[in-house]
Design a protein around this ligand. Structure first.
Ligand code: UDX
Length: 461
């Protein structure tokens, strides 16, 4: 691999002892959930020797057999290939992790704390405190988890205090920007690589580690800890703001007879604005955007700059309103009373190409309709099982058409390609009433209307 070609000599910048630079580096990945499993598998694929640290015995056992619990294109094959070749192994021992190599990626979760908007960095602290006492030689710990600004500096101090190697145990913060459904691609071809570190040695080691990506054109940006931490949350806050902006515009479009898709196309032609992430719909969800903007607002409050981030509360409110509007629109479309109405829901995942239902607007809306007495049938091409686990009282159908049997209303809430293939003919004689709500603004409304359907969408005529 290209990494091998980089092997020349130990890295040294005259500050302290050199960190070795190896052809196929021996790296470890601490925490093998979504981010960590992807990091471990892709880095093994690049030719590195990888040891994954996972404390959950069930998850560890399935990873060791090359199995991932979530649906992510390419990841399963890549994991299997590298576990099979022996380049990727898993452990639960920090001593083994420390002995294995000098480069350790921390990829643990930072979920929202119960009863608070704040992110819980407990797993990051546990990883640093578990690993540090075993670091008795020059080592670089690289945090990839999304953390509140200020965390890296605290963790660096903790690392130096606890590690026998003292200040030769370095910390860098290197946030990840991967999107679910594109996790492997985003990891191998990042838009940018951001490294927060005060250490020239850490920077050199990471430049070598990321050389294949840098050579392929990914910008490599070196900064301080705080900026690196903020880059991640700022990027997510900006994306969330774009979506809520266009959803707010959609509400204005609805009362003025304007069309939000035409509007987004038109403003998107301005290169300063751009068309990406301007798709109006039922709002954003998932394990990252909602949690990250809330944690950011909370952290801004702790730092005394809450007023500067007040707009993010509105971004969150506008987003929440989109899913609530699904319930109002559904009620209006079936004549005002939801109880006893049969409603087909196409989609449960928070976005297509994912089986993730965390904070999914689609599943939230389905759940609310059910709680208000509607007879809801959900179908999702991939997320049926995860949806059933988190919302077992909903009814789940085996196909999109099956979900529509005798339906008073069809709701299109996650834009899987297969839903765009369905034609009015496919539902002829299946639904009780031909009514459709397109919550993602991707269906051919004219085709459905010409077939006699009553159709509504988000901010569209
Ligand atoms: C996001 C960021 O994109 C990624 O960089 C970060 O590392 C993690 O969080 P992800 O959670 O995988 O990634 O989802 P993303 O593709 O960003 O979509 C987020 C949500 O926004 C989805 O619910 C999607 O349906 C919604 N969305 C996206 C819109 O409603 N409109 C859009 O125009 C784009």
């Amino acid at each position: 691999m290209a990494v091998g070609a980089l092997l020349v000599e130990p890295v040294t910048d005259g500050v302290g002892p050199p960190l070795p630079r190896l052809a196929a580096m021996r790296i470890t990945v601490i925490g093998c959930g979504y981010l960590g499993a992807t990091q471990a598998a892709t880095m093994a694929e690049l030719g590195h020797e990888v040891l994954g640290m996972e404390i959950d015995p069930v998850k560890r056992a399935s990873l060791a057999q090359g199995q991932v619990s979530m649906y992510e294109p390419h990841l399963g094959e890549m994991l299997q290939r590298n576990v099979g070749s022996g380049r990727l192994r898993f452990t639960d021992s920090y001593a083994e992790v420390a002995a294995f190599g000098e480069l350790h990626f921390v990829c643990v979760g930072t979920p929202q704390q119960p009863g608070s908007l704040a992110a819980d960095v407990g797993q990051v602290a546990t990883a640093i405190e578990g690993l540090a006492p075993h670091l008795d030689r020059p080592s670089l710990v690289v945090g990839k988890s999304t953390v509140p600004v200020g965390t890296a500096e605290r963790m660096a101090a903790r690392l130096t205090t606890l590690a026998p190697a003292g200040d030769e145990a370095l910390l860098a913060w290197n946030p990840e920007f991967l999107r679910e459904g594109y996790a492997v691609r985003d990891t191998l071809h990042p838009d940018r690589i951001v490294v927060g570190t005060p250490s020239g040695r850490a920077e050199k080691l990471l430049r070598d580690f990321y050389a294949p990506m840098i050579d392929a054109g990914s910008p490599f940006l070196v900064t301080d800890y705080a900026t690196a931490e903020l880059v991640k949350v700022a990027a997510n806050a900006f994306l969330a703001t774009k979506i809520s902006f266009v959803n707010a515009m959609a509400e204005v479009c609805e009362v003025t007879g304007a069309d939000v898709v035409d509007l987004a196309d038109a403003i998107g032609h301005d290169a300063r604005i751009g068309r990406h992430f301007l798709n109006a719909g039922i709002g954003f969800g998932g394990g990252c955007l909602p949690k990250d903007i809330r944690a950011f607002v909370h952290r801004a409050g702790e730092l005394g700059v809450e007023d500067a981030m007040t707009f993010l509360r509105h971004v969150d409110d506008v987003n929440q309103r989109q899913r609530e509007r699904v319930v109002h629109v559904a009620a209006a479309m079936v004549g005002g009373e939801l109880a006893g109405r049969r409603i087909a829901v196409w989609g449960a995942a928070f976005k297509p190409d994912s089986d993730d239902v965390r904070d999914s607007p689609a599943l939230w809306a389905a759940g609310q309709l059910h709680l208000r007495g509607a007879d809801v049938r959900v179908y999702d091409p991939r997320a049926g099982e995860t949806a059933r686990l988190s919302f077992p009282t909903l009814a789940y159908a085996d196909s999109a058409v099956d979900a529509c049997r005798d339906a008073d209303l069809v709701l299109h809430l996650t834009e899987w390609p297969e839903f765009r293939e369905i034609t009015p003919d496919d539902l002829e004689g299946v639904v009780a009433h031909p009514r459709l709500f397109d919550g993602r603004n991707v269906l051919d409304l004219d085709a459905w209307r010409s077939a006699g359907w009553t159709v509504r969408a988000v901010g569209r005529r």
